[in-house]
Design a protein around this ligand. Sequence first.
Ligand code: ADP
Ligand code: MG
Length: 247
Amino acid sequence: GPGDVPVIRATGLVKRFKGHTALDGVDLEVGRGQVLVVIGPSGSGKSTLIRCLNGLEEADGGEIEIEGTPVHRASQADWRTVRQRIGMVFQDYSLFPHMTVMDNLCLAPVRAGHHDRDRARAASAGLLDRVGLRHKADSYPGELSGGQQQRVAIVRALAMKPRAILFDEPTSALDPEMIGEVLNVMRELAREGMTMVVVTHEMGFAREVADAVIFMDQGRVVETAAPADLFETPRHDRTQAFLSMIL
Ligand code: ADP
Ligand code: MG
């Protein structure tokens, strides 16, 4: 039935920068409620993959379907619609620094016409409650810790009621003591059935939460497996070499 259609499906994705091939025929599929973790060395194409899935980069080849709808040849206007359904969380939080936390959360839902201002504020207050940051509604991002900013960035994505959220190294910029509070929010989202693609090297998180882990190297998917299988019995030498470096 329609429930079987993957939320995100990419087939043979290719992305080139000048002479360099950043994605060299990437296939992936994320079913509803699934968590896909992407690992791989620096420069292997993880960010490029995430950015192509969200139309922030235009792929040079291959196909992308969002809930069964092909979008790879979509216009910029259609990609804007895709981005209203697929949330993004970046390493550097990318909150608007001149806007309060509340205004950061309300901006997109009001702009997209999901909510009028009052309803958006009420919904945002509820989301801030969920991550323990209601008391920061009128603060500016610069007044928050990195962990707090990233929790705001996550609920900003949630405010659009996305079909999936893509995370690109969401804890890499955080001090160690703040990583846990962000991973906890992500764990809770996973438990609630949010569809997620997460670039991260937090292996404990991957082991606990991921339905599948993808190992990328040089723009290709080398190996995809359940986390326990990939971590304990990698099939590929390159996967093994990478894991022995980071574990
Ligand atoms: P990762 O996120 O795995 O570290 P990236 O997707 O950022 O890897 O990069 C993959 C490759 O593409 C790298 O060689 C990188 O230098 C190159 N690349 C990424 N973005 C650009 C860009 N905007 N212009 C030119 N090269 C880029
Ligand atoms: Mg990256």
